[in-house]
Structure formats: structure tokens, C-alpha cells
Design a protein around this ligand. Sequence first.
Ligand SMILES: [Ca+2]
Length: 153
Amino acid sequence: MWGDAAPDEGGWRVNIWQGTFPTTNTKADGFAATAPVRAFAANAYGALAMSGNVWEWCSDWYHPQAYGDGKQVLVDPQGPTRSFDPQEPGAQKRVMRGGSYLCSDTYCLGYLPGTRMKSTPDTSLCHTGFRCALTAPGPGSAGAVPDKRVDKR
Ligand SMILES: [Ca+2]
């Protein structure tokens, strides 16, 4: 997203909670709730809002062992074929990534790469959204091609 720098180093790069969650939001990044996608500068790859603001749905089903035991390095894991959440065994849940404006350094670090959350597709959570993704044009290509997948980060 932005390397090893703190999210506020050189100016805010992400819409998260500043202050003591959940009582005091200083809004140092300029936003108490959601922010427009172009509110913060793009990263070095030109991608906008890769973190914070709203949790983003992924196509992967949620399963606590989706990535094995954590001892292996997985490259582009495709996700489980079914959902399972031991806390709610009957609910079918999808993975969400990226954190939201409710994440903070004192409560939830969900805006950091590698974190994930889960929820049922019928959620009405106010800090949940999705990302439209394009496949990058290949060498000699005339342009980007719409990607029918949901961003899986
Ligand atoms: Ca904020």
C-alpha cells in the first residue's frame, strides 16, 4: 500500500479512526465516516483507496483454515469451496479486506495488509463496500479489460 511508513507520515493516506475508539474521533484525516475514493493519493501502482474507508467484499468464502496452518507460504490461494465460521456454523460468510473508517491503531488494525474479516452477504454494515477491478493490460494490448472477478487482494 505505502511501504513501511506510518499511515499519517507525510500526510494521511487512509481513512481510519484517529483518537480513542469509540469515544473520540479527531478526524485528523478529514473524515468521520466514509470518504470519496479520490480523497487520498494513489499508491505507487496507481491504485486508490486500497485500505481503510470501507471493508471490501472478496469472492472467497470465509473459513478459518483457508490458508492452512500458517506455516506455508501460499501464492494466490483460491479460497475454500464452502464457508464455515465456528462462531456461527449455519451462516454462509464471505471474506472482506481492507479495513474501514472504524479501524484505529488503538482498536482494530484491519486496515493493514493481511488482515481479513467475515460477514454474510446480506449484511447492512455501514462500513462495507466492494471494489470494481480491471485486468491490467498486457504488452501490446489496447487497454484494460473489465475483470469479472471481485478484488481478492
Ligand atoms: Ca477518518
